[in-house]
Design a protein around this ligand. Sequence first.
Ligand SMILES: Nc1nc2c(ncn2[C@@H]2O[C@H](COP(=O)(O)OP(=O)(O)OP(=O)(O)O)[C@@H](O)[C@H]2O)c(=O)[nH]1
Length: 168
Amino acid sequence: MEKIATTDSLTRLFNRGKTIELLEARMNELPHKSNKCAVAMLDIDLFKTINDKYGHCVGDDALKLFAATAKQNFSASVDMGRLGGEEFLFIFQGVDVSETVKQLETFSQSLKDASIKALGGEIKLTFSAGVLLLTEAQSISSVLEKTDGALYEAKETGRDKIVVFTCL
Ligand SMILES: Nc1nc2c(ncn2[C@@H]2O[C@H](COP(=O)(O)OP(=O)(O)OP(=O)(O)O)[C@@H](O)[C@H]2O)c(=O)[nH]1
């Protein structure tokens, strides 16, 4: 019962509510752990064109492929949730930013290697991501704002990119 309430029915990743709950829990653990924690907001590129060109069902298959590939790529220490639509939040425990980026790059390549066959072509997925190192307790909205800002920059500067949030 708990699993149904915390799982996104399409992708089988955590749903938005559970993802935010986990983010809050990981942040509360920060002062008690020497471990680092990083957060990545991921968004599938040009997803609307997949829906428009191939239909909503193929769009759903693309979301499932994204989630299944992520599950194959990341270890159990990575919390993976769907925030909504084609946007996801992954929480990496015990790794720094460069290791997080490295793992995301590997995932990006796996996603490019996977494909969906659809009437009229083969679809290859890419994503853009914003990454933030959690150094201290801060509000959930601040974490989401910062990762979203880095994600926005990744989209604006060409997509299929990972941008790390830096305070300037
Ligand atoms: N098939 C399917 N489509 C969805 C679902 N949830 C949201 N969408 C669609 O996802 C699309 C998101 O499009 P946009 O926000 O314009 O983003 P985009 O086309 O990915 O463009 P960029 O993010 O700028 O790369 C919209 O067409 C939504 O209707 C879903 O569960 N299934």
